[in-house]
Design a protein around this ligand. Sequence first.
Ligand SMILES: Cc1cc2nc3c(=O)[nH]c(=O)nc-3n(C[C@H](O)[C@H](O)[C@H](O)COP(=O)(O)O)c2cc1C
Length: 339
Amino acid sequence: MTIGQERLARRMARGCEFLGSEVAVMCGAMSWVSERNLVAAMSNAGGFGLIACGAMTPALLDAEIAGTKALTSKPFGVNLITMHPQLFELIEVCGRHGVTHVVLAGGLPPKGALEAIKATGAKVICFAPALSLAKKLVRSGVDALVIEGMEAGGHIGPVSTSVLAQEMLPELAEQLPVFVAGGIGRGEAIAGYLDMGAAGVQLGTRFVCATESIAHANFKKAFIRASARDAVASVQIDPRLPVIPVRALKNAGGEAFTAKQREVAQMLDEGKVAMAEAQLQIEHYWAGALRRAVIDGDVENGSLMAGQSVGMVTKEEPLADILGTLIAEAAQALEARAA
Ligand SMILES: Cc1cc2nc3c(=O)[nH]c(=O)nc-3n(C[C@H](O)[C@H](O)[C@H](O)COP(=O)(O)O)c2cc1C
């Protein structure tokens, strides 16, 4: 082992122990992309894969977990969206399979969700969008946190990863493992966040073009062509209709989203829908648009959710190579640090 590798192993020890993986790197759940093949490839490579449950029914999740188990004997987790109408049934499915880690995404967990997950024996990981909420989550018993900056692909908050890391790691890192996500494309950044107290990191964008990823060839090509500035956040056009911004590559689909917001806002005006229904329509729109791009390859009208690190995605390559490069870069960066 080189000094750099040794330093990296030491800094990742807590995250590895928590995840049960060889390296403390999670492949963030990506709807339609993070299914059995990518998840198993990540866990088999020594990282930690996460199934994106998204809008799956309990039966579909059941099949996906079983399918993943057939491809890997290494630990992996499941990412559930808190607003899923069958959240508790999905938790039950995870419990039946003995899933070891459940990530709750998409807002604060509803009452009883943490307890239900913990009762299955699984560890709970939540996204913490701000320090005050992070402290609240810690008090309610979460086992680990992900802090994700606005550089990330998909649904994003308003604050950058670098600022979140500075605000949250000094306050939280001693209490529980914190994983940093958003905008990470190289190992030097991983080394930096570990130095700041992170237990590990989560990347999404960088893994989309893994050979094992089932994303359509057109989707992967769009990633390989794009640079950081092409991954833009959607804008909210109506102050009454709070939509969570989504970062995606610019295309006609992004413009269609603006039109969709106008349409839903007008329905609100006319009293044809209630606010909750209006927001749900927006979320369904994204899920459908992402499927169109990832599965059908319609990169014009579908949603090309991608983070700003997309410029560092330059080719399709086996997942183990992507992870290997990140780890080598991180070790190299730590090797260069003074003893
Ligand atoms: C195509 C795509 C789909 C995503 N879907 C989800 C999702 O369904 N649930 C979720 O919690 N995060 C989702 N994310 C966020 C990732 O899990 C991860 O946190 C993020 O990609 C990390 O930032 P990075 O893209 O800068 O690496 C998605 C990201 C991308 C790029």
